[in-house]
Design a protein around this ligand. Structure first.
Ligand SMILES: [Zn+2]
Length: 215
């Protein structure tokens, strides 16, 4: 079994276990793998597990008028396997936070919160060059699974580019920022992501008008 398949099976097992612990409604739809990870670098694979995320966000009916920022993060499990999807999910739940999306080492995009809902990923924050604060309400959060010594994989990078392109075009995103740009006193993530290259690559795909305000 390929590692990606193995990881996904493990994720489903974790979710199945979570469901037996009572916090989820009994009529909850089951997550189904849409397809296996592929080597196609620009084929975005999104596994929607929204029904299983119970914490770390609040429901909202945001429209494109409400959302104009993407915030990029890094995250890893503080256990034996730094890249454990299950571990990351447990940590998010324990901390009562969540991104909208998490990108596994294999480049699989896991949706945790609906885009129209407000996820708690940015915390106390300010958009550089503005007085806009508390950016959860106006942003979509994406977590890359990596550590401060292990850079994002090529699959993650390509999935991040593709996801940002789709979100930018869907929501009319104007700003792309790192967590460290909006919370510089508290945060250093995303780690080991070549931000100059990423800015270049995303602008090339979407528009030179995209803004990358930095701290
Ligand atoms: Zn972060």
């Amino acid at each position: 079994m390929k590692r990606s398949q193995s990881s996904f099976c493990a994720l489903l097992c974790f979710l199945a276990l979570s469901c037996t612990h009572g916090s989820a409604p009994s009529n909850m739809p089951q997550a189904q793998p849409r397809k296996e990870a592929s080597d196609d670098p620009f084929e975005l694979i999104i596994d929607d597990i929204t029904p299983f995320i119970q914490k770390g966000y609040r429901t909202a009916e945001r429209t494109p008028d409400d959302i104009d920022i993407i915030v990029i993060h890094s995250n890893n499990f503080l256990g034996v396997d730094s890249f454990s999807t299950e571990g990351c999910l447990q940590q998010f739940e324990a901390a009562n936070v969540s991104p909208h999306y998490m990108i596994t080492r294999e480049g699989i995009v896991i949706q945790m919160v609906k885009e129209k809902d407000i996820a708690w990923h940015a915390g106390e924050s300010i958009l550089p060059g503005t007085d806009r604060r508390a950016l959860n309400a106006s942003s979509i959060g994406i977590e890359i699974v990596n550590t401060q010594s292990e850079e994002p994989t090529p699959h993650q990078y390509k999935a991040l580019l593709e996801l940002c392109q789709q979100l930018t075009q869907k929501w009319g995103i104007r700003y792309i920022v790192r967590h460290s740009d909006i919370a510089p006193d508290r945060k250093t993530d995303p780690w080991l992501l070549d931000w100059d290259q990423f800015e270049h690559d995303l602008k090339e795909r979407v528009s030179e008008d995209l803004l990358f305000p930095r701290r």
